[in-house]
Design a protein around this ligand. Structure first.
Ligand code: C5P
Length: 232
């Protein structure tokens, strides 16, 4: 899989999502479906977007006992998503069970990537609430290495961490990176942001872009600008 731009379709309904996707007539963006849309519309939203020819990253961040995650992943695999994810904090046993559940009888499976530490978690919250006292950068790298050892395909991380993840886990280990903004657009609640061009230079494999595209007056133009900067 080469570099690509994944559009975060953070909408509350199928109607809003299709109104947005209908604007794209010349291209079929790679789409991220998150908890909001999935919980609002159920698995059918995945089938409907897939039927239109989009690749899908289903961002449900599973974290439960290994047996439950294995069975849930088998269901997601049947939905024919391209990428799905879980929390590396669920441990090696959970990640291995997830891969088993995801693998179809013919040996194929969607890509599986791990969330390390959420970007909303900072050093202080990690120490105070999670009782993890190592530097957060090291925790992120350790979780990435755990994900690699369990056989996963990559991690969700900041573009600012992509180079270090590749250095520790290899160039083939995917870095899927949110927190992307155009140089001249609003940052919103994201804290550590890069432009698509910087994300490319830092070695990100996929950028996940939401509001700079979805909230733009001209989403198609904003998407094309992202692709132009990131893929070239
Ligand atoms: O609108 P924006 O470009 O900030 O959207 C980024 C997307 O990536 C959102 O769907 C957000 O939930 C997701 N995400 C993130 N940071 C993470 C993991 C996922 O921003 N660490």
């Amino acid at each position: 899989m080469g570099k690509d731009v994944i559009v975060a379709c953070d909408f509350a309904s199928a109607a809003q999502t299709f109104a947005f996707l209908d604007r794209f007539t010349a291209e079929k963006p790679f789409v991220k479906i998150g908890m909001e849309l999935f919980y609002a519309e159920g698995p059918d939203i995945v089938r409907r977007i897939k039927a239109r020819g989009h690749k899908i990253f289903l961002d449900l961040k599973l974290h439960d006992i290994p047996n439950t995650v294995k069975k849930a992943m088998a269901v997601l695999s049947g939905l024919d998503v391209d990428v799905c994810n879980l929390h590396a904090a669920g441990t090696d046993a959970m990640m291995r069970a997830a891969l088993e559940g995801l693998t179809r009888p013919d040996g194929t499976r969607p890509l599986l990537i791990a969330v390390t530490q959420l970007t909303s978690t900072d050093q202080q919250a990690m120490e105070r609430d999670l009782w993890i006292r190592e530097p957060i950068d090291e925790v992120v790298m350790h979780y990435a290495e755990n994900a690699k050892a369990a056989g996963l395909d990559g991690v969700v991380c900041s573009p600012l961490e992509a180079g270090k993840v590749h250095a520790r886990c290899g160039d083939a280990f995917l870095t899927v990176t949110p927190g992307v903004r155009f140089a001249d657009s609003a940052v919103g609640d994201q804290k550590r942001v890069t432009t698509p061009a910087q994300a490319k230079a830092l070695g990100s494999d996929y950028i996940v872009v939401g509001r700079p595209i979805t909230a733009s007056g001209d989403p198609v133009e904003a998407y094309r600008r992202c692709v132009q900067e990131f893929v070239g």
